[in-house]
Design a protein around this ligand. Structure first.
Ligand SMILES: NC(=O)c1ccc[n+]([C@@H]2O[C@H](COP(=O)([O-])OP(=O)(O)OC[C@H]3O[C@@H](n4cnc5c(N)ncnc54)[C@H](OP(=O)(O)O)[C@@H]3O)[C@@H](O)[C@H]2O)c1
Length: 307
């Protein structure tokens, strides 16, 4: 008999989230395109299935893949989750996808009688492993209520923001702020260092001030030690999200001067060829503009994520 929960997509995020579900005592049937990545989860109590359609007997199937097209592929392409005779009752998607793509997925699923909840997340894989994600959902409220115990098991906090694709709008707004905060954090860190305060000392003070956040804390180590090879999010992905934010601002008639300036700064970083590195390499660009040559400080800065 199938478990109540099915899961498609065991990348950096999906793996951490499934571990939290099984640790909380849930049985989870799992499928991943690259099977070898899913195998280690069996020792955490998950059940590995051979085909996506094997998950169709689960009451709720979560998806955590890369893009809108990938989501459509796992659901609707040949052998897809909802292409067989048996259908799941609910699909909950936590991938970061566009509002338009999500609306199309909703329309296709609902036409088949499958309910759909959007549940994008705030936090990277390290945050997920620590059980500190924020999960924000939209779609029918009764579906959110049904999924909430599972969402709670995977997060520090989960919320419902309304109907339809509103959680996708939330994610765009969230990632726009993500860009603006790193831009500002880098600027003030360069200002402080050029005036004589070591980076790790300045960042420690910000982290312990009213302005400190989980974000400033977990970026402090990479900013101190310039270890940009530890990628959590790439400059190109951040530029894509800033563009989504600016398009949404245009569509809604909202002026966003700070986001507009940040978008240009990030576009310049991408144009200079930074790729396959962490987006916080922005610090070195801002330092160069200030005529400051940065060196790693070789100081371990706590990230605030240890359990
Ligand atoms: N990483 C972060 O910091 C972060 C934070 C918040 C939100 N997100 C969002 O969460 C989602 C997942 O991110 P991630 O970091 O876990 O990505 P990832 O490590 O690259 O994993 C992507 C997962 O999607 C699967 N996948 C992709 N295309 C597929 C396809 N066409 N068919 C079947 N499976 C497919 C991959 O399967 P394979 O294993 O076979 O490649 C893998 O399981 C993305 O939308 C991302 O933007 C990420």
């Amino acid at each position: 008999m199938a478990n109540k929960i099915g899961w498609i997509g065991l990348g950096r995020m999906g793996e951490a989230m499934v571990k939290l579900l099984t640790t909380a005592g849930n049985g989870v049937d799992i499928w991943n395109r690259t099977r070898s990545k899913a195998e280690p989860l069996v020792q955490y109590g998950a059940t590995l299935v051979d085909h996506k359609q094997d998950l169709a007997a689960c009451e709720v199937v979560f998806t955590m893949v890369s893009t809108t097209d990938d989501l459509k592929e796992v659901l609707f392409a040949e052998g897809g989750l909802v292409t067989g005779k048996v259908l799941p009752r609910v699909v909950v998607d936590s991938s970061s996808i566009s509002q338009e793509g999500s609306a199309e997925v909703r329309q296709r699923l609902e036409a088949l009688g499958v309910a759909y909840l959007c549940a994008p997340v705030s936090g990277n894989a390290k945050v997920a492993k620590a059980g500190k994600l924020l999960i924000v959902s939209s779609g029918p409220k009764n579906l959110y209520d049904l999924a909430e115990p599972y969402l709670k098991a995977m997060s520090r906090k989960c919320m419902w923001v309304g109907e339809g694709e509103l959680a996708r709008v939330w994610k765009i707004a969230h990632n726009t702020m993500f860009g603006v905060v790193i831009q500002n954090l880098c600027e003030i860190t360069v200002l402080a260092e050029k005036a004589g305060i070591p980076r790790h000392v300045f960042l420690e003070s910000i982290n312990d001030s009213v302005l400190g956040s989980m974000y400033t804390r977990y970026k402090s180590d990479v900013l101190t030690n310039l270890s940009f090879e530890n990628v959590t999010f790439t400059p190109k992905l951040l530029l894509k999200d800033m563009d989504l934010g600016m398009s949404a601002a245009k569509a809604q008639g909202v002026a966003m001067p700070a986001a507009a300036a940040t978008r240009e700064s990030i576009a310049r970083m991408v144009g200079r060829g930074h790729d396959h590195v962490d987006f916080s390499i922005l610090l070195t660009e801002i330092a160069a503009d200030a005529g400051l040559n940065l060196v790693p400080e070789n100081v371990k800065v706590p990230d605030g994520l240890s359990a």
